[in-house]
Design a protein around this ligand. Structure first.
Ligand code: AHR
Length: 359
């Protein structure tokens, strides 16, 4: 090995060791403060509320969260990350952010590194439902509580996480279907639906898929003639629309015209709209479009008549996560499941007065 390279490597490993030692010292300092605060709380139960809240605040400043995010596949996701980062900064909590770039293995690696680092709480968005038990067991053995946000996991051991905060994705699917039933309440003809699914294997896609079918299954006017994943990506929505329309310029699947598009998120919807413009198809008129998320661009599209309905999915969970983290580290109870309230925006609403969405 050349001498220069040898020294660079030596220096790099020395630097890594120093960084680890520093991290350990900082973490240990945080832990000893945590114990002090915990002890103070447990031995002074008769203290005034103000005193105990001061103790919590001084402890709060030392909290470290390890946050594993899926990636940045949509405006919704970017807003969710931003909500976590700003809420952490406002609460004086240190957030170690890790972007998994759409890979579960990267999330597992990130969670393992948070365990080594001994963060106070791990927060993560599971890209898919299955395959988390081993790493969550490691977190449990290290006594690090885990909060799951947005998407859910499938596990036989619910003790592997402390709390779940997120939307009811099954209900979002139901809301999309109920809008269609209401819109077509006076129609008797068959209505052909094309569905754009989100990431397969995720609880959010499963929920939106199931809830939609649950409502429409006994209404035989509605027929889901095609369903394909666009992975929540605008580029894939665009690709799929191109593929269908380039065949003969018509929105048809195997010769059957599509009346309705049900898209599991706004990014894919916007991808479709990009291509519609090229083919002179009028979204909202030639084809009914129901989307999920309610990002600003799609609220605007509803107002312009290009999309008929958008079911809200709220990404701004950061402040609630920080509140739960503070309660957890102070040994105060938190609910196991917390659902985020959401609404629906349709072509029948006056959208001129709604607050800017921020995503
Ligand atoms: O998990 C929530 C979904 O993921 C949002 O609907 C979508 O836009 C995002 O990427």
């Amino acid at each position: 090995m050349p001498l220069a390279k040898h020294f660079t490597r030596q220096f790099a490993s020395l630097f890594t060791m120093l960084a680890l030692v520093m991290a350990f010292v900082l973490t240990a300092a945080g832990c000893s403060k945590k114990n002090a605060a915990a002890n103070a709380n447990s031995t002074s139960s008769t203290n005034s509320a103000a005193a105990s809240s001061n103790q919590e605040q001084s402890y709060t400043r030392n909290i470290i969260i390890g946050f594993s995010q899926i990636g940045a596949e949509s405006a919704w996701r970017t807003c969710n990350t931003h909500s976590m980062q700003t809420a952490a900064a406002e609460a004086g909590i240190q957030l170690i952010y890790s972007n998994a770039e759409q890979k579960q293995e990267n999330q597992i690696k990130a969670i393992r590194s948070f365990i080594v680092y001994q963060v106070d709480v791990i927060v993560f968005v599971p890209i898919v439902q299955d395959g988390w038990d081993n790493v969550l067991r490691e977190a449990k053995e290290a006594h690090i509580p885990v909060i799951i946000i947005d998407r859910k996991i499938r596990t036989s051991d619910e003790s592997l996480y402390a709390a779940y905060i997120g939307a009811d994705h099954v209900e979002e699917g139901r809301k999309a279907a109920r809008f269609l039933q209401e819109k077509y309440k006076d129609t008797n003809r068959t209505l052909n639906i094309m569905e754009l699914r989100g990431t397969d294997g995720s609880s959010v896609t499963d929920g939106r898929y199931q809830g939609f079918r649950e409502v429409l299954q006994n209404d035989n006017r509605f027929s889901i003639i095609y369903s394909e994943t666009g992975d929540f990506l605008r580029s894939m929505g665009k690709e799929l629309a191109e593929r269908i329309l380039s065949a003969n310029g018509k929105l048809q699947v195997n010769g059957t015209p599509v009346d309705i598009i049900y898209s599991h998120n706004d990014s894919m919807t916007l991808g479709f709209l990009d291509v519609f413009d090229e083919y002179g198809i009028q979204g909202g008129k030639d084809v009914t479009i129901v989307s999920v998320d309610a990002e600003q661009a799609v609220i605007d599209a509803v107002a312009e008549g290009k999309v008929n309905c958008v079911v809200e999915c709220n990404p701004k969970t950061g402040p609630l996560v920080m509140e739960f983290v503070q309660r957890l580290v102070n040994n105060r109870p938190i609910p196991k499941i917390t659902r985020i309230e959401e609404t629906v925006f349709t072509e029948n609403d006056d959208l001129s007065a709604i607050e800017p969405r921020g995503y």
